[in-house]
Design a protein around this ligand. Structure first.
Ligand code: SF4
Ligand code: SF4
Length: 433
């Protein structure tokens, strides 16, 4: 087993290939450093590559992410492992980091796949598509989505029946069921933790009916319906495929709520909901969009103006906390809420409800470090001991944090954080012999 472990050395190991990890890697590589990016998913670009537009400018997220992802994947100084996970990191006596990395098989020879999708067409298996948040299905032989990087097929071996149809259809014969898991031992002088965040699981709030009522969806599912790589050509409610005309947003789902273990504000939910409301008014001009909120936190540059713009466009804002959502026979939803201004309980009928789910820490990174402690803060995000003077520093000398691994933040702040992590890592590398 020991002889099968492949060894290699890099200046920097970046854990996570989302926008914060990719940007940090790019900054390091542009300064001449050799970087390895380890991404657990089949594609780099993280959550941003799946979004519709960004607030408050309404620029197309994919149009920003795609060239960036392309630059990262083509950079001679950057090696990318997708479908791979860092399982342990130790710091040795020479001050170098040694990481164990597991690379799962894709069952497709990446270099030979042309992305023609003939394997997809031939595959008889249909399972929920995780990149479309289960709104549609995908095949067991599949390309994650059209702007995935790499845009290469993969075999979902857990759902594959080994029927062989994809192999027969593939014109380059690049499907290879003999591929096995590979183990690597990576030595790096510095590590950047860019493991991102998790979204709150609304199943933990059964009173909102998610998972039981088909027309209650999450904001990420709505994001996919609005994105350029969307599953349908319009907005549809999942219960019956009807175009909705009375949509409700439930802000602070899983944020500012100690009863579900997350008492803090997720910082981005107000603004992404206002963004989606504006996009919906464009996509469905006759629709009635209501945002139920506790407070609107529009604290960033241009955010307040963006909020005012939504009001001017006709989005309804109701200062109200949603208690329960119940379903009528026709699939419409009754939202029971406290009208905070009037101090009374009211009910309103909508044909679709979008839960604006909050941001939770990804608790993976602290468990990776074996002989040094990667400290976390009270909310379990990576702790920044010198947040005001050296925001990317962590409790381990030589390990830096980039993006939402250190706490909720929007995309511009993630990019800034990535720049800071790269600059601090470069300074650290320059200080070493
Ligand atoms: S071998 Fe698996 S992936 Fe290929 S077509 Fe059959 S079920 Fe689909
Ligand atoms: S695996 Fe083969 S059939 Fe599938 S996309 Fe790649 S080249 Fe085309």
């Amino acid at each position: 087993m020991q002889e099968n472990i492949k060894k290699s050395q890099y200046d920097a190991l970046v854990i996570g290939g989302g926008i914060a990890g990719g940007e940090a890697a790019l900054n390091l590589a542009n300064n001449g450093y050799k970087v390895l990016v380890v991404e657990k998913d089949l594609t780099i670009g993280g959550k941003m590559i799946l979004l519709s537009k960004v607030f408050p400018t309404l620029d197309c997220a994919a149009c920003i992410t795609t060239p960036k992802v392309s630059e990262i994947s083509r950079h001679a100084g950057i090696t990318i492992f997708t479908s791979s996970e860092v399982t342990a990191v130790t710091k040795n006596n020479e001050g170098r980091f040694v990481a164990s990395v597991t690379k799962r098989p894709r069952y497709v020879v990446t270099e030979d796949c042309t992305g023609c999708q003939l394997c997809e067409q031939a595959c008889p298996v249909n399972v929920p598509d995780q990149y479309q948040l289960g709104l549609i299905g995908r095949k067991a032989a599949f390309i994650p989505f059209n702007i995935a990087s790499p845009r290469v097929a993969a075999i979902d071996i857990d759902n594959c029946t080994l029927c062989g149809a994809c192999e027969k259809a593939c014109p380059t014969k690049c499907i290879d069921f003999t591929q096995e898991t590979e183990e690597y031992s990576i030595e790096a002088k510095t590590v950047i933790v860019a493991t991102g965040f998790n979204l709150f699981d609304p199943l933990k709030m059964p009173r909102y009916g998610y998972g039981k009522m088909k027309n209650v969806i999450t904001s990420m599912q709505m994001e996919r319906q609005l994105a350029p790589t969307r599953p349908f050509n319009t907005i549809l409610r999942p219960g019956d495929g009807k175009v909705p005309d009375k949509i409700a947003y439930v802000l602070c789902t899983g944020s500012r709520d100690a009863s579900v273990g997350n008492p803090v504000c997720s910082q981005i939910c107000c603004m992404y909901s206002i963004k989606q409301a504006q996009l919906l008014m464009g996509a469905l001009p006759m629709a009635d969009i209501t945002i139920y909120y506790i407070n609107i936190r529009s604290f960033g540059k241009g955010f307040e103006e963006f909020y005012e713009q939504a009001k001017g466009m006709g989005v309804n804002f109701v200062k109200g906390k949603i208690g329960t959502i119940t379903e009528k026979e026709n699939g419409n939803l009754i939202l029971r809420y406290e009208d905070i201004n009037e101090g009374v309980v009211k009910e309103a009928e909508h044909d679709m409800a979008v839960l604006s789910v909050g941001v939770l820490p990804n608790e993976t990174p602290s468990a990776l470090f074996k002989n040094r402690e990667l400290k976390v803060d009270a909310q379990k995000f990576v702790y920044q001991p010198e947040v005001l003077v050296s925001p990317a520093r962590t409790s381990i000398d030589g390990v830096f944090v980039s993006g939402t691994a250190s706490g909720p933040m929007d995309i511009p702040d993630s990019i800034l954080s990535a720049g800071s992590a790269a600059a601090e890592a470069i300074s650290y590398l320059n200080s070493k012999p």
